[in-house]
Each structure stands twice: as structure tokens, then as C-alpha cells.
Write a protein that binds this ligand. Structure first.
Ligand SMILES: C=C(O[C@@H]1C=C(C(=O)O)C=C[C@H]1O)C(=O)O
Length: 291
């Protein structure tokens, strides 16, 4: 049987999944992997319950039992564009002061990592404890009953594309548009990391597949995706109705796909701070799959 794979349905992982979607590799890979696309929180749920063997999952959902596949990530070295915190700021205060006034946040239910980053932002660096309520990704509905809205992925890209319309509706609120990756970088000097490929190691023996094969397939796919962004822009720009320049910039500048030492340092620091703060359970040493 092929490995059961839970992959994220947004634009941002498209380069990681390139070989799974394009020949010459797609047919061969179908014999080893059965890929289903869903939202990040659901990818995590499926991997944690064992409904999937391999998942592109939020780093907030990693557990000590899951092995991280080396090489691939969804991260950002500066602005990520698609992790947005919209904050009502009717008095037009500076960002730090406006954050102090936030007491309720509607948080995109598709997210695990960005929700936890937002907890750290408020609880560690802002010294406030706003209430979080999970909601579906609709900025206007989210802001109806909350002081701030956290959006991720494609809905965040759409919101940015329609920023003028959203700002007009909220003219009295004077919305602040904050990029969470940028805030994390400002506070820690490190890249912002959202997701990694994580694996249930027991699937190797069950499916008689070598760790090196899985790691190699995923790294080759990432490399093919990064080398073929023009093809991905051709596919995704009409699919999402976003300008080609935005998709191109997003895939080549906003998102960082290589799980390097700095990204690993981020995962360690993020999980340490989140454990100390009580936001997430302890993770301990990172369990990285060996080839
Ligand atoms: C860059 C992004 O990273 C995402 C954010 C995640 C989260 O908040 O849990 C998980 C996976 C990524 O798809 C994004 O979706 O905008």
C-alpha cells in the first residue's frame, strides 16, 4: 500500500509537492504515496491519529513520537504575506499600544502554529492575555465580534488583495495589518517557521520503504518545485485569481522552503517558549528522521 499523506491545500506548499503533481515523477510517486489535500490543522489531526503516515503539519503539532523529515519546510525569512493579524485601532495608536488594547481574537481554525505564535506575541512580548476563539477564515465576520483576526494561507492572501475594501468597511476601526513572520523576526532575529513534513516512523517497516527513499523523494520534489516556479505561477495565478506578480513573489521571496539550521533553531526556541508559557506541551529534543 502507498504511504498515506496529508498535505496542505494552500498555495504555499505547491513547490514542495511539485513532483507529486507533475510528470515525469507523478506516476511513479503514486505507487509510493497517496496524497490528500486539506487544511493544516486537519493534516496534524490525521497524522496524530494515525489516519496518515506522513503529513505536512504545523510545527505546533509536533510530538516526540513524530519524526521530522530533514530538508523541507514552510518558513519565511522576513515578511510571509499570508499570516496576518488584523487589529482594530480606532484611536490610531502605534502598533505596540494598539496590541495592548486587544482583548479578543478570532483565530483561523486552520492554523496551529500561527495561533501559538500569536499567543507568544501577546503573552510574552505584550504581557496581555487576550481571549482566543477559533473561527473560519472570513475577515469581516471575524472582526464583527472581536478586536483582532488571525488569518493564514490563501484566505490571508485574498484579504490582502482586497485590503482596500476591508479597510473601507472598517474605516472607523482604522485596521492595522500586521505580518506575524515579521513580528517574530523582530523579536527573536530568527526566521519564522510554520510547518514541516512529519512522519510516523513505524510506517517504514509496514510499507517496506526506506527512510532514505522518503527523504529523497521529498527533497527532490522541493528542488523541482523551486526550479519550476514559472510553471506553478501559470497554474496557481488563474486558480486563485491572484496577480502573477503576487504569486511569483510569494513563492520565491515570501516563503522559504529549506529546513536549514536557523529554521531548526526557530523550532527549538518556539517550542521552548510555548512550553514555558503553557501554550503547547513540551517537545524536547527534535526527532529528525535519519536516512
Ligand atoms: C505560510 C503559511 O504557513 C501555514 C501556517 C500554518 C499554521 O499556522 O499552523 C501551518 C501551515 C502553513 O501552511 C500560510 O499558510 O500562510
Amino acid at each position: 500500500m502507498p504511504l498515506r499523506v496529508a498535505a496542505i491545500s494552500f498555495l504555499n506548499p505547491a513547490p514542495l509537492l511539485y513532483d507529486f503533481e507533475h510528470e515525469p515523477k507523478a506516476t511513479e510517486l503514486r505507487s509510493r504515496y497517496d496524497v490528500e489535500y486539506t487544511l493544516p490543522s486537519e493534516c496534524a489531526r490525521r497524522l496524530l491519529t494515525g489516519e496518515a503516515d506522513l503529513g505536512l503539519i504545523p510545527i505546533a503539532a509536533l510530538t516526540p513520537e513524530l519524526a521530522i523529515i530533514p530538508g523541507c519546510t514552510i518558513a519565511s525569512l522576513d515578511e510571509v504575506r499570508s499570516i496576518l493579524l488584523l487589529v482594530k485601532n480606532p484611536e490610531g495608536l502605534a502598533a505596540e499600544e494598539a496590541l495592548q488594547r486587544v482583548s479578543t481574537i478570532a483565530a483561523d481554525a486552520a492554523s496551529r502554529s500561527s495561533q501559538a505564535y500569536t499567543h507568544l506575541l501577546f503573552e510574552l512580548w505584550n504581557a496581555t492575555r487576550p481571549e482566543f476563539e477559533e473561527a473560519s477564515a472570513d475577515p469581516l465576520a471575524m472582526l464583527e465580534h472581536h478586536d483582532a483576526a488571525l488569518l493564514i494561507g490563501d484566505p490571508a492572501l485574498f484579504a490582502r488583495e482586497h485590503r482596500d475594501a476591508i479597510d473601507t468597511k472598517h474605516a472607523d476601526d482604522k485596521l492595522l495589518w500586521l505580518d506575524l513572520a515579521r513580528l517574530w523576526r523582530d523579536h527573536t532575529g530568527l526566521p519564522w517557521v510554520a510547518a514541516v513534513w512529519a512522519f510516523r516512523p513505524e510506517a517504514l517497516a509496514r510499507e517496506n520503504i526506506a527512510a532514505a527513499q522518503v527523504i529523497g523523494d521529498l527533497i527532490d520534489s522541493r528542488n523541482a518545485g523551486m526550479a519550476n516556479t514559472p510553471a506553478l505561477v501559470d497554474e496557481w495565478s488563474p486558480r486563485l485569481g491572484l496577480p502573477r506578480t503576487v504569486v511569483q513573489h510569494y513563492l520565491t521571496r515570501n516563503i522559504h522552503y529549506v529546513l536549514d539550521d536557523e529554521c531548526l533553531a526557530t523550532i527549538r526556541l518556539f517550542r521552548k517558549l510555548a512550553a514555558e508559557n503553557g501554550t503547547l506541551p513540551e517537545l524536547g529534543e527534535l526527532n529528525i528522521l535519519k536516512a
